[in-house]
Design a protein around this ligand. Structure first.
Ligand code: GAR
Length: 203
């Protein structure tokens, strides 16, 4: 059974998609053991509690500097003995020590077709604003392993989504979530949990 920790910062619809997929058997051999947020107000924490999953908060505001925040974050994550860390709308840059320690065991969902609209400054709604400003006709979502760069790790899964005439960033964000993100992230976990993905030790 793959022990999964989900790191979040906001609403947690991707977390919900993972929990639902485990509950309805779309994802097998995986269990969400903890949900952690940098933001105490993240609704994702509430979703975890409702599901009886430990909901943790490690906020940078509670620490004197970045190093102390990173140490506390790592200590909390380590305490759960996780096999896989899933970044589901986690808007904090992952500390390098965590990337080293969990090499090929951290995945992230990004709301575009990488390498478009990714990297520093591209997160959440900003990604969809940029896609609309550029006038692309196709966008989508990507699940990738996390390395030291920003959105630069090996790509696991991608799914294309059409941009429609008259889309607002909010409408496009919703369609990318419904048609791509909420399917791709559970699928990636299922592939890793069932040893079907290269690059994972899939315990
Ligand atoms: C999702 O669209 C996710 O792809 C994005 O944040 C949103 C979180 O929504 N992540 C990034 O932009 C990372 N660069 P959620 O809290 O409802 O899952």
């Amino acid at each position: 059974m793959l022990k999964v920790g989900v790191l979040v910062s906001g609403g947690g619809t991707n977390l919900q998609a993972i929990l639902d997929a485990i509950d309805n058997g779309t994802v097998t051999n995986a269990k969400v053991c903890m949900v952690l947020s940098n933001n105490p107000k993240a609704y994702a924490l509430e979703r975890a509690r409702k599901h009886g999953i430990p909901a943790e908060c490690v906020s940078p505001k509670d620490f004197p500097d970045r190093a102390a925040f990173h140490a506390a974050l790592l200590e909390k994550v380590d305490s759960y003995g996780l096999d896989l860390i899933v970044l589901a709308g986690f808007l904090v840059k992952v500390p390098e020590e965590m990337i080293r320690r969990y090499r090929n065991r951290i995945i992230n969902i990004h709301p575009s077709l990488i390498p478009s609209f990714c990297g520093v400054g591209y997160y959440g709604l900003k990604v969809h604003e940029a896609a609309l400003a550029r006038g692309v006709k196709i966008t989508g979502a990507t699940v990738h392993f996390v390395d030291e760069g920003m959105d630069s790790g090996p790509i696991l899964l991608q799914k294309a989504v059409e941009v429609h005439e008259g889309d607002t960033p909010e409408r496009l964000q919703r369609r990318v979530m419904e048609e791509a993100e909420w399917k791709l992230l559970p699928m990636a976990i299922d592939l890793i949990a069932n040893h079907k993905l290269e690059g994972s030790d899939g315990k």
